[in-house]
Design a protein around this ligand. Structure first.
Ligand code: HEM
Length: 163
Protein backbone atom coordinates (compact mmCIF):
# COMPACT_ATOMS: atom_id res chain seq x y z
CA UNK A 1 0.00 0.00 0.00
CA UNK A 2 2.71 2.41 1.03
CA UNK A 3 4.68 1.38 -2.02
CA UNK A 4 1.71 2.24 -4.19
CA UNK A 5 1.14 5.61 -2.60
CA UNK A 6 4.80 6.42 -3.11
CA UNK A 7 4.64 5.25 -6.68
CA UNK A 8 1.51 7.28 -7.35
CA UNK A 9 3.16 10.33 -5.83
CA UNK A 10 6.22 9.75 -7.97
CA UNK A 11 4.08 9.46 -11.08
CA UNK A 12 2.39 12.75 -10.27
CA UNK A 13 5.84 14.24 -9.88
CA UNK A 14 6.78 12.68 -13.20
CA UNK A 15 3.72 14.19 -14.82
CA UNK A 16 4.61 17.58 -13.43
CA UNK A 17 8.23 17.31 -14.51
CA UNK A 18 7.21 16.18 -17.98
CA UNK A 19 4.72 18.97 -18.36
CA UNK A 20 7.29 21.44 -17.23
CA UNK A 21 9.91 20.06 -19.58
CA UNK A 22 7.48 20.00 -22.48
CA UNK A 23 6.35 23.53 -21.79
CA UNK A 24 9.95 24.69 -21.84
CA UNK A 25 11.42 22.49 -24.52
CA UNK A 26 8.73 22.18 -27.14
CA UNK A 27 9.71 24.59 -29.87
CA UNK A 28 6.34 24.47 -31.54
CA UNK A 29 2.93 23.20 -30.63
CA UNK A 30 2.81 20.83 -33.59
CA UNK A 31 6.10 19.23 -32.51
CA UNK A 32 4.79 18.55 -29.05
CA UNK A 33 1.54 16.98 -30.14
CA UNK A 34 3.24 14.93 -32.87
CA UNK A 35 5.64 13.47 -30.31
CA UNK A 36 2.94 12.62 -27.82
CA UNK A 37 0.55 11.28 -30.40
CA UNK A 38 3.12 9.07 -32.10
CA UNK A 39 4.76 7.51 -29.03
CA UNK A 40 7.74 8.84 -27.13
CA UNK A 41 11.02 9.44 -28.95
CA UNK A 42 14.19 7.46 -28.27
CA UNK A 43 16.20 8.94 -25.39
CA UNK A 44 19.90 7.94 -25.44
CA UNK A 45 20.22 9.09 -21.81
CA UNK A 46 18.00 6.16 -20.82
CA UNK A 47 20.29 3.40 -22.10
CA UNK A 48 21.43 2.53 -18.54
CA UNK A 49 17.75 2.30 -17.59
CA UNK A 50 17.20 -0.19 -20.44
CA UNK A 51 19.77 -2.44 -18.74
CA UNK A 52 18.04 -1.99 -15.38
CA UNK A 53 14.89 -3.38 -17.00
CA UNK A 54 16.87 -6.47 -18.00
CA UNK A 55 17.17 -5.50 -21.66
CA UNK A 56 14.66 -6.78 -24.20
CA UNK A 57 14.15 -10.19 -22.47
CA UNK A 58 13.37 -8.27 -19.26
CA UNK A 59 10.82 -6.16 -21.10
CA UNK A 60 9.16 -9.25 -22.59
CA UNK A 61 8.59 -10.86 -19.17
CA UNK A 62 7.60 -7.52 -17.66
CA UNK A 63 4.98 -6.87 -20.36
CA UNK A 64 3.61 -10.42 -19.95
CA UNK A 65 2.90 -9.68 -16.30
CA UNK A 66 1.66 -6.20 -17.15
CA UNK A 67 -0.97 -7.72 -19.47
CA UNK A 68 -1.92 -10.32 -16.84
CA UNK A 69 -2.46 -7.45 -14.41
CA UNK A 70 -4.55 -5.52 -16.96
CA UNK A 71 -6.75 -8.58 -17.41
CA UNK A 72 -7.07 -9.16 -13.65
CA UNK A 73 -8.02 -5.52 -13.05
CA UNK A 74 -11.79 -4.89 -13.39
CA UNK A 75 -11.10 -1.28 -14.45
CA UNK A 76 -8.89 -2.19 -17.42
CA UNK A 77 -10.07 -5.71 -18.33
CA UNK A 78 -13.08 -4.60 -20.45
CA UNK A 79 -10.75 -2.72 -22.81
CA UNK A 80 -8.44 -5.68 -23.43
CA UNK A 81 -10.80 -8.65 -23.19
CA UNK A 82 -11.55 -8.75 -26.93
CA UNK A 83 -8.29 -7.25 -28.16
CA UNK A 84 -5.35 -9.04 -29.77
CA UNK A 85 -3.34 -9.15 -26.56
CA UNK A 86 -0.32 -10.94 -28.04
CA UNK A 87 -0.04 -8.20 -30.64
CA UNK A 88 -0.42 -5.43 -28.06
CA UNK A 89 2.30 -7.02 -25.90
CA UNK A 90 4.70 -7.10 -28.84
CA UNK A 91 4.03 -3.45 -29.60
CA UNK A 92 4.42 -2.46 -25.94
CA UNK A 93 7.78 -4.24 -25.72
CA UNK A 94 9.01 -2.46 -28.85
CA UNK A 95 7.65 0.87 -27.66
CA UNK A 96 9.26 0.64 -24.21
CA UNK A 97 12.47 -0.70 -25.78
CA UNK A 98 12.71 2.27 -28.17
CA UNK A 99 11.98 4.81 -25.43
CA UNK A 100 14.80 3.28 -23.36
CA UNK A 101 17.17 3.43 -26.36
CA UNK A 102 17.24 -0.33 -26.83
CA UNK A 103 17.98 -2.01 -30.20
CA UNK A 104 14.36 -2.12 -31.32
CA UNK A 105 12.00 -0.45 -33.77
CA UNK A 106 8.42 0.50 -32.97
CA UNK A 107 6.22 -0.41 -35.92
CA UNK A 108 2.87 0.03 -34.17
CA UNK A 109 0.34 2.76 -34.82
CA UNK A 110 0.51 6.22 -33.27
CA UNK A 111 -0.98 6.62 -29.80
CA UNK A 112 -3.76 9.01 -30.86
CA UNK A 113 -5.10 6.72 -33.62
CA UNK A 114 -4.85 3.56 -31.50
CA UNK A 115 -6.83 4.93 -28.58
CA UNK A 116 -9.22 7.15 -30.51
CA UNK A 117 -12.85 6.32 -29.86
CA UNK A 118 -12.01 4.00 -26.96
CA UNK A 119 -13.41 6.43 -24.42
CA UNK A 120 -10.49 6.14 -22.00
CA UNK A 121 -10.86 8.35 -18.92
CA UNK A 122 -8.40 9.36 -16.20
CA UNK A 123 -9.46 6.51 -13.91
CA UNK A 124 -8.79 3.98 -16.68
CA UNK A 125 -5.43 5.58 -17.42
CA UNK A 126 -4.32 5.65 -13.78
CA UNK A 127 -5.39 2.03 -13.33
CA UNK A 128 -3.22 0.99 -16.28
CA UNK A 129 -0.25 2.88 -14.85
CA UNK A 130 -0.73 1.16 -11.47
CA UNK A 131 -0.88 -2.22 -13.21
CA UNK A 132 2.43 -1.40 -14.87
CA UNK A 133 3.93 -0.30 -11.55
CA UNK A 134 2.82 -3.56 -9.93
CA UNK A 135 4.57 -5.50 -12.69
CA UNK A 136 7.74 -3.40 -12.40
CA UNK A 137 7.81 -3.94 -8.62
CA UNK A 138 7.39 -7.69 -9.09
CA UNK A 139 10.36 -7.66 -11.47
CA UNK A 140 12.51 -5.70 -9.06
CA UNK A 141 12.97 -2.76 -11.43
CA UNK A 142 14.64 -0.05 -9.32
CA UNK A 143 12.27 2.73 -8.34
CA UNK A 144 14.33 5.40 -10.11
CA UNK A 145 14.32 3.38 -13.33
CA UNK A 146 10.55 2.89 -13.07
CA UNK A 147 10.03 6.62 -12.84
CA UNK A 148 12.22 7.31 -15.87
CA UNK A 149 9.91 5.18 -18.02
CA UNK A 150 6.75 6.54 -16.41
CA UNK A 151 7.90 10.10 -17.01
CA UNK A 152 8.05 9.29 -20.76
CA UNK A 153 4.65 7.61 -20.80
CA UNK A 154 2.77 10.14 -18.66
CA UNK A 155 2.58 12.94 -21.26
CA UNK A 156 0.79 10.52 -23.62
CA UNK A 157 -2.32 10.97 -21.49
CA UNK A 158 -3.07 14.07 -23.57
CA UNK A 159 -3.97 11.97 -26.58
CA UNK A 160 -5.09 8.74 -24.85
CA UNK A 161 -7.64 10.19 -22.41
CA UNK A 162 -10.58 11.31 -24.50
CA UNK A 163 -13.35 11.75 -21.95
C1 HEM B 1 0.72 5.61 -21.42
C2 HEM B 1 -0.30 4.77 -21.56
C3 HEM B 1 -0.48 3.85 -22.73
C4 HEM B 1 0.45 3.39 -23.64
C5 HEM B 1 1.93 3.71 -23.70
C6 HEM B 1 -0.26 2.51 -24.55
C7 HEM B 1 0.34 1.86 -25.62
C8 HEM B 1 -0.33 1.06 -26.52
C9 HEM B 1 0.26 0.40 -27.65
C10 HEM B 1 1.73 0.48 -28.04
C11 HEM B 1 -0.70 -0.30 -28.29
C12 HEM B 1 -0.54 -1.17 -29.56
C13 HEM B 1 -0.58 -0.28 -30.80
C14 HEM B 1 -0.76 -1.05 -32.07
O1 HEM B 1 -1.39 -2.11 -32.08
O2 HEM B 1 -0.27 -0.57 -33.12
C15 HEM B 1 -1.93 -0.09 -27.56
C16 HEM B 1 -3.14 -0.64 -27.88
C17 HEM B 1 -4.24 -0.62 -27.06
N1 HEM B 1 -4.40 0.11 -25.91
FE1 HEM B 1 -3.02 1.35 -25.09
N2 HEM B 1 -1.57 2.46 -24.20
C18 HEM B 1 -1.74 3.25 -23.09
C19 HEM B 1 -2.92 3.45 -22.40
C20 HEM B 1 -4.06 2.71 -22.58
C21 HEM B 1 -5.21 2.76 -21.70
C22 HEM B 1 -5.34 3.64 -20.45
C23 HEM B 1 -6.12 1.86 -22.20
C24 HEM B 1 -7.46 1.48 -21.64
C25 HEM B 1 -7.65 1.32 -20.35
C26 HEM B 1 -5.54 1.27 -23.39
C27 HEM B 1 -6.15 0.33 -24.19
C28 HEM B 1 -5.60 -0.18 -25.36
C29 HEM B 1 -6.30 -1.16 -26.20
C30 HEM B 1 -7.68 -1.77 -25.95
C31 HEM B 1 -5.45 -1.42 -27.29
C32 HEM B 1 -5.71 -2.35 -28.50
C33 HEM B 1 -6.30 -1.54 -29.64
C34 HEM B 1 -6.58 -2.35 -30.88
O3 HEM B 1 -6.06 -3.46 -31.01
O4 HEM B 1 -7.30 -1.85 -31.75
N3 HEM B 1 -4.29 1.82 -23.58
N4 HEM B 1 -1.68 0.74 -26.48
Amino acid sequence: MLKHSLAAAALTAGLLISHHALAQDAPAKSDQSTTEAASAPRDPALKPVFDEFGGKPGLVTLVNDFMDNLMADPVTRPFFANADREHIKKELVDQFCVILDGPCTYTGRDMASVHKGMGVNRTNFNALVEDLQTAMNKHGVPFRAQNKLLAKLAPMHHVIITR
